[in-house]
Ligand binder design. Structure first.
Ligand code: GLN
Length: 306
């Protein structure tokens, strides 16, 4: 085996393995993410190679120009920018979505929201019409369409930047006329009554209480759009508005499905049951067992018994 001796032949640069080890200890010191996995991803995405090659190609040397690029990506991560923004994309179910500061980085829980929708909608697929409140990156709407769960989604957002990102993601996913993206006003509902009825109203609304935002991780607090997180004083301002407005837009038997905060289950169940126009109100957990989703059906008739 060849050994580099001091003063002997100078190596052209550090190996991938050495760089990964260095970044992993920096990230660990900074208390950021899963240090080693993230270090491997920072290096592999900068080099444009599959992550597997970070294992098989640990001994490969990195050029000076590549080392500069990697250092740049690492300092962004050390400043708290989410890995998904640095890589520029993120996986969501079957999709690869553009990821940057224009919309919330889609989370694994929201992948489960799509499973919940798929499990609760009628089995006759695709279901004709859905309304999504707060489309963000487009993760939910594009999954519903590309997985043939829903035929048409009208997806609204108050944020023009998020709608731009969703439009880009739709183009990447090859989704065309099944999706209509529309800017809505903060009050959400004006104009939407003309579009009813829907079979589904789905949303991952902002649900963090304003005063809790400062306590979130730096990646979320400083890099996700605040408008996608801030649910007002108790976190439920937008949830309340959706539960107030959605039933009138649903077919009798149509379904509402929301993502909620893990401590909001009882309060949201109360809101759903108190409404009077909804039945089969239910809170469902995420894979960690925490309350994460709320769902209910629009009653067939408002006068019918519970
Ligand atoms: N789940 C997000 C978090 O990290 C909040 C997303 C939202 O408000 N919809 O807290």
């Amino acid at each position: 085996m060849e050994r580099a001796e001091p003063g002997n032949r100078r190596p052209s640069g550090p190996t991938r393995g050495e760089i990964v080890d260095g970044i992993a200890s920096e990230l660990e010191l900074a208390g950021l993410g899963s240090a080693r996995a993230e270090a491997e991803r920072l290096v592999s995405s900068t080099l444009g190679i599959p992550r597997a090659e970070m294992i098989t190609g640990r001994a490969e040397r990195v050029s000076a120009a590549e080392a500069v690029e990697i250092a740049r990506a690492t300092s962004r991560r050390l400043e708290g920018e989410p890995l998904q923004h640095i890589e520029g994309s993120t996986d969501f179910r079957t999709l690869v979505l553009v990821s940057d500061g224009r919309a919330l980085v889609p989370r694994p829980e929201t992948e489960q929201l799509v499973d919940l929708v798929a499990s609760r909608l009628p089995t006759n697929r695709p279901v004709p019409r859905a309304l999504e409140i707060g489309v963000g990156s487009g993760a939910i709407a594009l999954s519903l369409l590309t997985e043939d769960i829903v035929e048409y989604v009208l997806a609204v957002d108050v944020s023009a930047a998020a709608l731009d990102q969703a439009r880009e993601n739709a183009a990447r996913a090859g989704v065309g006329e099944g999706l209509e993206l529309r800017r809505c006003v903060p009050e959400i509902w004006p104009g939407l009554e003309d579009e009813r009825p829907f079979d589904l109203v789905v949303s991952n609304p902002p649900y963090v209480a304003t005063t809790d935002i400062d306590g979130l991780s730096v990646e979320v607090r400083d890099h996700d759009p605040r408008i996608a997180l801030d649910g007002g004083p108790d976190g439920l301002a937008v949830v309340r508005s959706i539960i107030r407005g959605a039933p009138d837009l649903l077919h009798p038997g149509g379904r509402i499905i929301l993502e909620i905060g893990s401590d909001q289950g009882p309060a949201v169940l109360d809101l759903l049951t108190a409404d009077g126009r909804l039945e089969a109100c239910e809170i469902a957990p995420d894979l960690t067992g925490r309350d994460r989703f709320a769902t209910a059906l629009r009653r067939a008739s408002e006068a019918s018994p519970k």
